[in-house]
Write a protein that binds this ligand. Sequence first.
Ligand code: SAH
Ligand code: SF4
Ligand code: F3S
Length: 457
Amino acid sequence: MNANSKRLHVITWGCQMNVYDSGRMADVLAPLGYAPTELAEAADMVILNTCHIRDRAAEKVFSELGRLRLLKQAREAAGGQMVLAVAGCVAQAEGAEILARAPYVDIVLGPQTYHRLPEMVARASRAAGAVIETDFPTEDKFDFLPDATAPTGPTAFLTIQEGCDKFCSFCVVPYTRGAEQSRSQATIVAEAKRLVAQGAREITLLGQNVNAWHGAAADGAPGTLGRLIEALAAIPDLLRIRYTTSHPRDMDDSLFAAHRDIPQLMPFLHLPVQSGSDRILSAMNRKHTAAEYLNIVERLRAARPDIALSSDFIVGHPGETGADFRATMALIEAVGFAQAYSFKYSPRPGTPAAAAQMQVAEDVKDARLQELQAKLRTQQAAFNAACAGQTVDVLFTGPGRHAGQLGGRSPWLQPVHADGPESLIGTVVPVKIVTGNPNSLTAMLPSHPLEQERPQA
Ligand code: SAH
Ligand code: SF4
Ligand code: F3S
């Protein structure tokens, strides 16, 4: 091992933006000699990239810190060191509390300052006492980050927009990630080309409000996501494009047109609705009604008939009555989701809903969540089951769980398993779906011997 080489271990919670950020933090630290390791105990530096979205997410950080403290002490006792950094949204929201509860932490940094990591590491090794960087800097971190160098697999994330100006009543993101900011089309296209040159065949464009993207287009004027996707679709060998997470308010004509006209744009959209009750949507400050959401779904299906939908739901927002909850169940019934995430409302410090009257009792939230999840599970199982017998294009992304098996994704983001050679990884192959399981699809390659033996129906 090179004397200069150090080991970096990164633990990531939260959304895909954190996954992307963790990769970029590794890129920033690579020139300092840090190479990734899967083993925390072997690491000279550990970064916890944290999520503050719900209470449980934030609490995990403190239990992980307790474990790392012991590893850090053991390394120091053996004459080594372990720089411990807490990054991400908990760091942004609770930087001071982290240092009070875990004084052995060396660096606390928010999501907008990680381009300064090399300087922070240098300061942390010089100084006694922790380094804390949770301002929203005036410079744009993207101007200071090195080009992404880490090899990517067939699928990659690309952050195009950050932050949120929507201020939904329940949500910490506008406070942890700051105001909406869009990168320019030129920098996004350049990064996409590099990712494709490194082997990416599918890129998921990321943003807390990705369809509010309004970065400078080729002519310098503010662009739209639909036109950006059009520009990306011109990159040879970029076979699939996705984007997440969208807000219903920002679905514009260019995006519907992109779903209609651009075959590389996959027929799957994660479009959080949160609730089906107009009263609760208004209390949430979502600025759209249930009917408007249903209208968007209708327009999407008209543009791209095979599109499948996913969503996020919150049950038990302050003031939610039984009738409000029934309205959410009715919306789910009306749409028919292929997949969804659902959560019990979790009061977050500093958000308006946390201070609201009429908090919903925990047992009521539990019962509603169970009923809602049962319904969503049924819809997902039905969607998967309906795929059986169909021939579906799958992008193989890596080996499957057992020898000889490949794993990949359908156009609708379902995990797909099929027996086949590793040479197919990174290619899109039409496969026959044999079974639609509750959470995945089992498929067979067209040339598979068992498939050939089958009698023709
Ligand atoms: N930007 C996206 C989602 C961001 S957070 C959007 O606007 O929809 C991801 C999901 O976490 C949200 O869609 C919401 O369903 C959930 N969530 C956010 N804050 C929450 C809270 N306080 N309690 C429970 N769920 C929450
Ligand atoms: Fe949070 Fe609402 Fe912004 Fe989504 S749109 S990140 S839920 S404030
Ligand atoms: Fe969590 Fe921050 Fe993402 S709070 S969901 S990591 S934007």
